[in-house]
Design a protein around this ligand. Structure first.
Ligand SMILES: *Cc1c(COP(=O)(O)O)cnc(C)c1O
Length: 388
């Protein structure tokens, strides 16, 4: 095996395009100088279509969780009643942050592998009229589920005055997102998933409604105070030293997304999901989620007659292919394939055919090539239909 040839198929961090890698190696510049100001000026308008907003998309230095904490610290205060919709490990993280901030946190726990139903949320809202905010995970990375955020936003706004706050970390940039049109009040994402960058940046955009709440919120906060970021963004600046190298990379990543076209980017992710799911169906290995709930950025597989960890270890050792395992109670029960950001149908074909060898080697009886062929058929079929 070539030690430098790593095939990274986890749901973040994801691979970095070579031109983004090169952009990040540029010499450092002064963060208060004209160059940084112009860099931010060029970046700002390019972020908006990815988030589907006319609002400013604010950039903080920190991993995705810093963005989640920012959402909580700015919109609510101790004692406020909130609802957290939990479809997996990242919904659970949102609830833990809310608990830490001494909110009156209601958990709506959904079985892992399923998406929340809008009716379920509506019923909850009707019973709890004092909710100040509803938190949900767009793509639940731990299970490969996409929650119906557009429909959820509608229900939340129809039945309450609560802010609707979304963790979009593992899908924004790979899945269509329309903050303004759908009525999302605050959306957070990170850099190391579908945005094709290393970890280190978190992005936050808020609605006018959310800004009114944020401005009136006396909850103490300093580094995570969104008002500081907004006031500085208006001057093409940041309140604290930005991760300049990541901003160099961000400009290039946004350039690549613009060149490919957002519609094509979304179609590519959809296609990779379809190819991956078809492959495991052909191999007769169960998928964790239904087609309807499946995420275009990550697929979870739930084997019944072999050990997920045996397969993960074998493909890592022999081919340098890294897949993710399960989190919390799903540990050892599932494995997950990330197909987001700098990832293409070619990568999926490679991944599936390696997995087939791995399956044989750990002793599972399969027909070599059956999964790969199914993925090839999906690719050719979609090409005929003019998807790509
Ligand atoms: C990766 C991820 C996060 C953030 O995790 P960090 O490790 O802090 O970057 C949050 N939510 C979801 C859904 C994620 O996939």
């Amino acid at each position: 095996m070539l030690s430098e040839q790593q095939i990274l198929r986890i749901p973040g961090p994801s691979p970095i395009p070579p031109s983004v890698q090169r952009a990040m190696s540029q010499p450092m510049i002064g963060h208060r100088g004209q160059e940084t100001k112009e860099l931010l000026q060029r970046i700002k308008p390019k972020l908006k279509p990815i988030f589907g907003t006319e609002q400013e998309v604010l950039i903080l230095t920190g991993s995705g969780t810093a963005g989640l904490e920012t959402a909580v610290a700015n919109t609510v205060k101790p004692g406020d009643e909130v609802l957290v919709i939990i479809t997996g490990a990242f919904g659970d993280r949102f609830a833990k942050i809310c608990n830490e901030y001494q909110l009156k946190t209601h958990r709506l726990d959904i079985p892992w592998g399923e998406a929340v139903l809008p009716e379920t949320v509506q019923e909850y809202m009707e019973k709890h009229p004092n909710l100040k905010a509803v938190f949900v995970t767009f793509c639940e990375t731990s299970t490969g589920v996409v929650n119906p955020v557009q429909e959820l936003a509608k229900r939340v706004h129809t039945y309450s005055d609560a802010l609707f706050i979304v963790d979009g970390v593992s899908c924004v940039g790979g899945v269509e997102t329309k903050i303004d049109e759908w009525g999302i009040d605050l959306l957070v994402t990170g850099s190391q998933k579908a945005m094709m960058l290393p970890a280190g940046l978190t992005f936050v955009a808020a609605s006018d409604r959310a800004w009114t709440v944020i401005e009136g919120n006396e909850q103490p906060r300093f580094y995570l105070d969104l008002k500081k970021y907004r006031d500085n963004a208006a001057k093409d600046s940041t309140p604290f030293t930005p991760a300049v190298s990541l901003l160099f990379g961000l400009e290039q990543a946004l350039q690549l997304i613009e060149e490919e076209g957002l519609t094509q980017v979304y179609a590519r992710h959809q296609l990779m999901m379809d190819m991956t799911r078809a492959a495991f169906r052909a191999l007769d290995i169960p998928l964790l989620t239904s087609d309807k709930a499946a995420s275009p950025t990550v697929t979870a597989i739930e084997p019944t007659d072999f050990q997920a960890e045996d397969l993960r270890n074998l493909v890592k050792k022999e081919f340098g292919l890294t897949m993710a395992g399960g989190q919390q109670h799903m540990k050892g029960k599932i494995f997950r394939i990330g197909h987001m950001g700098y990832c293409s149908p070619a990568d999926i074909l490679q991944t599936i055919s390696i997995i087939e060898i791995g399956l044989r080697k750990i002793g599972k009886t399969i027909e070599l090539g059956a999964g790969t062929q199914a993925a090839q058929e999906v690719y050719i079929e979609q090409l005929i239909q003019g998807v790509l």
